[in-house]
Design a binder for this molecule. Structure first.
Ligand code: ZN
Ligand code: ZN
Ligand code: FE
Length: 772
């Protein structure tokens, strides 16, 4: 045709990243049509390949569009363009995929039902009207149903469902929004929902409408979701929620609710723009939102009853929007929020296989709303908070995993980061990316340990990479550490141990693609220090490979060791001893625990069974107990969370804190404790004390960081560790550091807590592997 036209060019374009199973080829096809380009597009082992021919400006526009505006679920890591000789052949074709080979393409995360599919779901004239498994190229299950690569129907849990002719037509038509949507299905050919009683006996009637009726009657339902089973109960029904707590053996830890739509969320909570974006994102996480303090802010015409038992004593509520068609049907038919919490007893991993769920949940649920599409990979809901107008992930799981964290360096050999024991994840770093598993839970539980092993196998499969190096915590007694040692022994792999707080800072660096060195502030519960003491309030000068401890909170005795973690009042005793010695002033907390107070103080005094700790989490515990906020906890960080929520937002002054020494520095936490004791003795309300404590500690962190920054000439600071899930502390520290001209790196993609540790371990081991 016009091969002789002067500016006619042909380009080969390679696109890498999450580009398969997300509608990339039809997207390219449509763009080519729009810009009048000839050529072809196809999938191969490396991602998507394109040949585009036409005026050079049109080809450039195509490339720019691929980079800047890919399809909704795609994640474009790299676009490479090389030039070819124009062939002059007309038309633009989608060509057959090149099968197998070493797959370098990535599995997409699961995605919430898109707006088009929701419209179909509620359109009485649509053939998928009220069909609980509607999905398309732009939404639906992915990670949780993929059993192997390449990502084709036969390698998903939809393999057992043959497509009907109509679905097959949609699947093969490049102009259809279900073109190559692997889980495509309809009422004629796809999975079906079923409602059964607790013994598995089917209950007649429409499963969803029956479920809604049971919820209204106060029943606890097990509901099969994307990554496992949930337990559901009407959020307005105090007695039903209390029953769920009792059967799940969960005292106080808040439950999340699913609200029918964004307007319903706004009636419950304050929703800032960043939070609204998170709620409605394809990942559809649980978003922790502040509840309206002023009842008048709620819409009086439509009260959204959420019983106190849902999140007792908590000023925040974890809320998510429906993310599967089944949820949309339930939520719309019920018309109000319902509790939707992991299908497990406390501390166990979420049940996801049907038989296992029947067995484990039979004593908790009154009935089951399930279906016959198997869940292949377990995935708990993700949990996100908003701090400083940005997302702050607390649990990175469904909807995010297994999207990779890209870094600007290479892992010379694949590294497996084995994580920590709480909020465990594992991470495989290979080439220029790291993939974290979903949330696995607490490894003390044997089922979680099995899940840990399964997650490692799954990551290896998805990445087609076998670790040559395993990285783990220094803590010899972590289950994850023992797992790493065993794996290294059995398979002859190199083992790298990484100090816990160095791993926290490295996770933050990896997330930002920053090699360091930085001043790292790692504040968390407890971690094993290089000197054998318990760390947890650390200032490090760190790069990816190494660190030096530049300072810490003042070490104090932790009477009874781990017993003090569950009983913050013991930390109050430890801190009072450290602050005042043998004769502290009278306090309310000592009076409340008079019968055992002296014995506990004696442990601190003698240093017997009272290890020293510089933990920031334990400082929060001590102050929470002193202020009468909480003496004992039933879940991790409960006291700190309640102290943060208690802080009076009108108070902006803080207690003075001394920062002593030069190298290492010591932040005198006992100054804070003495100020708290004095204020309380003078009758200052606990809310004011809580606020002054936060502001005082934040100012001390800023002062200490500035000293380290000045001494080292560093101007970038990384904040990590579970204590930086505390929004008030985080925002105050960031503001202070930035005011002094320092650049601050905080977490926005992986959690600051131990859920991010595996990434940090992999990053450190990779950096040591690269050498200087
Ligand atoms: Zn869709
Ligand atoms: Zn069909
Ligand atoms: Fe930690």
């Amino acid at each position: 045709m016009t091969a002789a036209a002067p500016d006619r060019v042909r380009a080969r374009i390679r696109v890498e990243g999450i580009v398969q199973g997300v509608g990339f080829r039809p997207h390219v096809h449509a763009l080519a049509h729009r810009y009048g380009l000839a050529g072809l597009v196809g999938n191969d082992t490396g991602g998507v390949f394109i040949e585009a021919e036409g005026p050079s400006r049109a080809v450039d526009t195509l490339v720019a569009q691929l980079r800047e505006r890919p399809p909704a679920l795609a994640q474009v890591d790299r676009v490479r363009v090389t030039s070819l000789a124009p062939t002059g052949s007309p038309g633009f074709a989608i060509v057959t995929s090149v099968p197998d080979g070493q797959r370098r393409t990535l599995v997409p995360p699961d995605s919430a039902t898109c707006a088009n599919c929701v419209t179909e779901l509620f359109d009485p004239t649509d053939r998928r009207y009220r069909y609980p498994f509607v999905n398309c190229t732009h939404c639906g299950p992915r990670y949780t149903l993929i059993t192997d690569l390449p990502y084709d129907r036969r390698h998903t849990t939809m393999a057992g469902f043959g497509m009907c002719p109509q679905c097959a037509r949609e699947y093969t038509d490049p102009a259809d929004r279900r073109f190559h949507a692997q889980p495509v299905c309809c009422p004629q050919c796809g999975p079906t929902a079923v409602f059964t009683d607790a013994d598995g006996g089917p209950v007649a009637g429409d499963p969803v409408r029956t479920a809604v009726r049971w919820l209204r009657d106060g029943a606890i339902l097990a509901v099969k979701g994307l990554g496992g089973y949930h337990l559901a109960v009407d959020a307005a029904d105090s007695a039903a929620v209390a029953r769920l707590r009792q059967r799940k053996r969960r005292d106080a830890k808040p439950f999340a609710v699913m609200a029918p739509d964004p307007a319903a969320v706004r009636r419950l909570c304050e929703v800032e723009p960043a939070a609204a974006a998170l709620l409605e994102a394809p990942a559809a996480p649980i978003v922790l939102l502040p509840r309206h303090r002023d009842p008048a802010a709620r819409e009086p015409a439509a009260p959204e009853p959420v019983a106190d038992e849902v999140a007792p004593g908590n000023q925040e509520l974890g809320v998510m929007l429906p993310y599967t068609p089944l949820h949309h049907l339930l939520a719309r038919d019920l018309g109000r929020p319902f509790v939707l919490t992991s299908g497990n007893a406390t501390d166990e991993p979420i049940a996801y296989r049907d038989g296992d769920a029947r067995e484990r949940l039979a004593g908790i649920a009154d009935a089951f709303l399930a279906h016959d599409r198997p869940v292949h990979a377990r995935a708990d809901d993700s949990v996100v908070r908003v701090a400083g107008g940005r997302p702050l992930p607390l649990r990175r799981s469904r909807g995010y995993a297994p999207a990779p964290v890209r870094v600007p360096w290479r892992w010379p050999r694949p590294v497996l980061g084995c994580g920590a024991d709480l909020k465990s994840t594992v991470c495989l770093g290979a080439e220029r990316r790291a993939v974290l598993s979903t949330h696995l839970g607490d490894l003390a539980d044997p089922d979680t340990l099995a899940a840990h092993t399964g997650a490692v196998a799954h990551l290896r499969l998805l990445l087609r990479a076998d670790p040559a190096v395993v990285a783990c915590d220094l803590h010899p007694d972590y289950h994850a550490t023992r797992y790493a040692h065993r794996l290294a022994d059995e398979q002859g792999l190199d083992l790298v141990t990484v100090q816990h707080h160095h791993a926290h800072i490295a996770a933050c660096l990896a997330e930002h693609g920053h090699p360091g060195p930085v001043v790292g502030v790692a504040f968390d519960g407890t971690g094993y220090g290089t000197d054998g003491t318990i760390w947890g309030g650390e200032l490090l000068v760190a790069d990816l490979a190494r660190f030096r401890r530049a300072g810490s909170l003042e070490p104090v005795p932790m009477p009874g060791g781990d017993a003090a973690v569950r009983r913050p009042w013991r930390m109050a005793a430890g801190y009072l001893y450290a602050a005042y010695g043998a004769s502290p002033p009278a306090t309310a907390v000592a009076a409340r625990h008079a019968s055992s107070w002296d014995a506990v103080t004696a442990l601190a005094a003698r240093g017997v069974h009272a290890p020293l700790t510089s933990s920031a989490g334990r400082l929060f515990d001590a102050v929470a107990a002193l202020a009468g906020v909480r003496d004992e906890v039933s879940y991790e960080a409960q006291a700190a969370l309640e102290l943060e929520q208690r802080a009076d937002p009108a108070v902006v002054d803080g207690y003075p804190v001394t920062v002593d020494g030069t190298d290492p520095l010591v932040i005198r936490g006992t100054d804070l404790v003495r100020a708290v004791v004095d204020d309380l003795a003078g009758g200052t309300p606990p809310g004011v004390v809580a606020a002054r404590f936060h502001h005082g500690l934040a100012a001390a962190v800023v002062a200490a960081v500035r000293r380290v920054a000045t001494a080292t000439g560093l101007s970038t600071v990384a904040l990590s560790g579970g204590v930086f899930a505390n929004r008030l502390l985080l925002e105050t520290v960031v503001t202070g550091l930035e005011w002094h001209g320092l650049r601050v790196l905080t977490h926005a993609r992986v959690p600051p807590g131990d859920g991010g540790i595996s990434l940090g371990q992999a990053a450190v081991a990779g950096a040591r592997d690269r050498g200087p």
